[in-house]
Design a binder for this molecule. Structure first.
Ligand SMILES: NC(=O)c1ccc[n+]([C@@H]2O[C@H](COP(=O)([O-])OP(=O)(O)OC[C@H]3O[C@@H](n4cnc5c(N)ncnc54)[C@H](OP(=O)(O)O)[C@@H]3O)[C@@H](O)[C@H]2O)c1
Length: 316
């Protein structure tokens, strides 16, 4: 039997957890083995992980008992929720609370909770700069995660809090990349309000989480915000122009206009971008590439990410 310590990874078939499972599997002589938790062990992504030697088990964070079973016998766990699957801050909170309590019940020694800021600490519900959403949130997909930090602090196994930045893959999969205008020229349109945007390549999130598990107990209780680089909209467009070999112009969309675009989550994302701008340098300081690099020396900046990924950006 292997003497490796098992890290149970929720979201292993997704972006954050997938990066972690692959980082663990790639370090063949390392101290850990990954256990992927998925609702569908037969999915293509689950089968691909199994081919890397990752143990794959069934688990659903809507079913607490299944998470307790999936955590049993492990050393640690990576906990992430997917707000964008259901758009419910309440449900995300219930799922994360189940993970936290299951980690304690299983006697785990180290948990990473992939959280984000509860923006209401900075922008209380009465502050009209951001419209209140779902009755009691400013940025539902941030607040729902941040409000569970206290559950991880009080009712979970020893926890490190990981705050990811805007995925640069959003330019590929989330419809946020450059689009051709009526004149045929490429436009990168985001609501930044003049602020810089901290961003990261998704594979680096999991690699950094791996570095946190390797560093171990000294990180417990810390909030570790990570980014590959913080850039202005104009700088991102300039770098895209070079990587794509054609000019990309940045347009800073007014926050209200973005909130009014009507796609699911538009108000949530509009508030998120405005929250970035309200916090300004503080938001960037909390996602410091220098800190991330101490856990993940291979961390890519935007040029490096573009060198590997520009060809995947759809130019519609
Ligand atoms: N996009 C961004 O820029 C950004 C930046 C920072 C943070 N985030 C946060 O990242 C989170 C999503 O993480 P991701 O991007 O790594 O996810 P993802 O790539 O969209 O994949 C979702 C993962 O969650 C798992 N999952 C969903 N519901 C589950 C459930 N009920 N039980 C067990 N597993 C479940 C899925 O596993 P199976 O389907 O295999 O069960 C899958 O592995 C979101 O909450 C978002 O707010 C996003």
């Amino acid at each position: 039997m292997s003497s490796k310590k098992i890290i149970a990874v929720i979201g292993a078939t997704g972006a954050q957890g997938g990066g972690l499972a692959r980082a663990i599997a790639a370090d063949r002589d390392g101290p850990f083995a990954a256990r992927a938790i998925t609702r569908n062990p037969k999915s293509e992504k689950a089968v691909a992980l199994a081919k890397l030697g990752v143990e794959v088990v069934a688990g659903d964070s809507d079913d607490t008992a299944s998470i307790e079973r999936a955590f049993a016998g492990a050393f640690g766990a990576f906990c992430v929720t997917n707000y964008w699957e259901h758009f419910s801050a309440e449900r995300e909170g219930v799922q994360a609370t189940a993970m936290a309590r299951a980690s304690k019940k299983a006697g785990l020694e180290h948990v990473i909770w992939s959280t984000l800021e509860d923006t209401r600490r900075w922008v209380p519900l009465g502050d009209s700069r951001l419209p209140t959403l779902q009755g009691k949130y400013k940025v539902p997909h941030f607040d729902s995660k941040g409000q569970v930090d206290s559950v991880f602090a009080n009712e979970a196994a020893p926890t490190t809090y990981l705050l990811a930045a805007f995925y640069w893959e959003n330019f590929i999969h989330f419809g946020m990349g450059p689009r051709k205008g009526e004149d045929g020229k490429l436009v990168l349109a985001l609501p930044l309000g003049g602020a810089e945007l901290p961003g990261i390549g998704v594979e680096d999130i999991g690699r950094t989480a791996y570095g946190i598990f390797r560093r171990g107990a000294s990180t417990v209780g810390q909030h570790i915000g990570i980014a590959g680089e913080s850039l202005s909209g104009a700088d991102m467009a300039a770098k895209m122009s070079r990587a794509l070999g054609q000019p990309v112009h940045f347009v800073d969309v007014p926050f209200d206009a973005y909130r009014g675009l009507g796609f699911p989550g538009a108000e949530d994302l509009g508030n998120m971008f405005q929250f970035h701008q309200i916090l300004g340098e503080e938001f960037q300081r909390n996602r410091d590439p220098l800190v991330a690099r101490t856990f993940n020396p291979a961390l890519a900046d935007f040029d490096a990410w573009l060198a590997a990924n520009a060809g995947r950006i759809p130019l519609g």
